[in-house]
Design a protein around this ligand. Structure first.
Ligand code: GLP
Length: 241
């Protein structure tokens, strides 16, 4: 693992944005795995700036998002589709039909994961997967458990995850109880993974994920088995390493 620690968020965003922009400059047909949450927003802003300066085009890029809540109506401000449109897609030249997010309103939620994996396999392998980290070690919405699923699948969200995400809703009652998420197997198939973590409140889980035992009890620890992971940390998140 290549672990990089940054003094400021600006520096972290620049490096994160550069990694993605350089990949797309080298391979305009790159397939990006994208993440939501507050962590990647600064990196997306950096990418938008690079695009606006004319240094990169996303015209031929395809993207697959990690996860989506179940049951939020289309256009709900907190759905991950809306988040991606607002934070990135509406500000760059990627055609929306080349951007994929699991369908949290699929008539058959149990088979939505298989449909999503099928779509991913008809496209190429993900070149770069961006990941944030949950306080309990989740990646995407792969929650700590005795067993983890490999492919994209339906999950029940842990109460701790719903509480952590309640800040984006009017109350915790509005936070969905289920989500569709890429599985750990899907994530590990990406050619390169960029894990991004910020803040003192994530320092302990960063240590567990990067230096602790590889266990399904901390899904992010499985990233230790991947041969091409870059980790971008602010100095607070790196505080316990
Ligand atoms: C959410 C998302 C994850 C995200 C994580 C951290 O629940 N499903 O993909 O990485 O939790 O979120 P944040 O970046 O806001 O701390």
């Amino acid at each position: 693992m290549n672990i990089l620690t940054f003094e400021t968020n600006e520096e972290l965003n620049k490096v994160g944005g550069n990694i993605i922009a350089s990949l797309v400059q080298t391979n305009p047909y790159a397939v990006l795995g994208l993440a939501t949450g507050s962590t990647p927003i600064g990196i997306y802003q950096e990418l938008i700036r690079t695009y606006q300066n004319g240094h990169v085009s996303f015209k031929h890029v395809t993207s697959f998002n990690l996860d989506e809540y179940v049951g939020l109506p289309e256009g709900h401000p907190e759905s991950y589709r809306t988040f991606m449109n607002n934070q990135l897609f509406n500000h760059i030249d990627i055609p929306l039909e080349q951007t994929y997010v699991p369908n949290g309103n699929a008539a058959d939620l149990a088979s939505e994961g298989a449909r999503y994996d099928e779509m991913m396999s008809t496209s190429k392998q993900i070149d770069l997967q961006i990941l944030g980290l949950g306080h309990n070690g989740h990646i995407g919405f792969n929650e700590p458990d005795e067993v983890l699923s490999s492919g994209t699948h339906l999950v029940q969200l842990k109460e701790s995850t719903r509480e952590a995400n309640a800040r984006f809703f009017n109350s915790i009652d509005e936070v969905p109880t289920q989500a569709i998420t890429m599985g750990v197997g899907t994530i590990l198939k990406a050619k390169m993974i960029m894990l991004v973590v910020r803040g003192r409140d994530k320092a302990a889980i960063v240590k567990r994920a990067l230096q602790g035992p590889i266990t399904t009890d901390c899904p992010a620890s499985l990233l230790q088995t991947h041969s091409n992971v870059v980790v971008l940390l602010d100095k607070e998140a790196a505080g316990e390493l």
